[in-house]
Design a protein. Structure first.
Length: 270
């Protein structure tokens, strides 16, 4: 088990309601003090890379405090975000110590984003917002890595695949911003809304393998990484309440509680 890299789901809060999402709805975000203790434990474990996620990580008010401390400790800091809270006024501050930013984007089409819950109350197509802020990010931070994550789900109509729309959008709009990788991730009904909507979104293995074969054959201009469920199982996850978890075949196991224990009024790190 590789303990040098973890994904830290800091919060279950999000300003979107994606119907396939498996964020930790049953857990609440911790205070800055507790999370600084969790970070100390991750540093002591030898973690070299943290991917801050959620929910929407930029909704956690102390995200930058954790990123700054991790950066000072020599840890690579990645962020997975829907991008909606990044704008011209805050982009320099939010991404100062971020080594890679990954945008969650499933379609360039507004009607699809509204149907699956990937939209905010402001009525702005999240793809259009991402496309508009990418040049700003690249201007201020020319060396930052930029990835795109797309979840592939079952299409009941079989009249189109949103992946086809996505790859054309990447080719025509996004590659000019030097996209590092497009990651296609198979829908995983692990928990939360994803588990509730399992019958709606689950994709058959044969169909997914066809997608994997088709898109991984693309080459020459974009790195495409097609992820099956077993690839997700390999990840170490820190949940909002501080549990280090790993999943296997749809079942999650708690490996350790990373929260700093309290004994006689003093913190004791595990």
């Amino acid at each position: 088990m590789d303990t040098t890299s973890v994904c830290w789901n800091l919060t279950s809060a999000c300003n979107m309601s994606c119907q396939y999402c498996f964020r930790e709805l049953s857990e609440s975000a911790q205070s800055l003090e507790v999370n600084l203790g969790i970070l100390d434990n991750l540093i002591n474990m030898g973690v070299k890379r943290i991917t801050f996620s959620g929910g929407e990580p930029f909704m956690y008010p102390y995200l930058l405090d954790l990123i700054n401390k991790a950066h000072e400790a020599g840890i690579k800091c990645y962020v997975v975000t829907n991008g909606s809270l990044i704008n011209e006024e805050n982009v320099q501050t939010l991404l100062e110590h971020v080594d890679k930013i990954t945008f969650s984007c499933d379609s360039p089409r507004e009607i699809v984003n509204e149907t699956i819950g990937r939209s905010t109350s402001r009525g702005v197509n999240p793809y259009d917002h991402m496309r508009n802020i990418l040049p700003l990010i690249r201007y201020y931070y020319p060396d930052i890595l930029i990835d795109i994550n797309t979840v592939v789900t079952y299409d009941p109509n079989h009249e189109y695949r949103e992946l086809d729309y996505m790859i054309e959008a990447i080719r025509n709009d996004l590659l000019k911003n030097n996209i590092n990788k497009w990651k296609i991730i198979r829908f995983y009904p692990l928990r939360g809304k994803a588990l509730s909507n399992k019958d709606r979104f689950s994709i058959e293995n044969d169909e997914f393998l066809e997608i994997k074969k088709e898109y991984e054959s693309e080459n020459g201009y974009l790195t495409i990484d097609v992820r099956n469920i077993k690839d997700i199982d390999n990840n170490l996850i820190v949940s909002p309440c501080g549990y280090l978890k790993q999943s296997l075949n749809g079942e999650e196991k708690i490996l350790v509680d990373l929260k700093p224990a309290v004994r006689k009024g003093r913190e004791r790190h595990v």
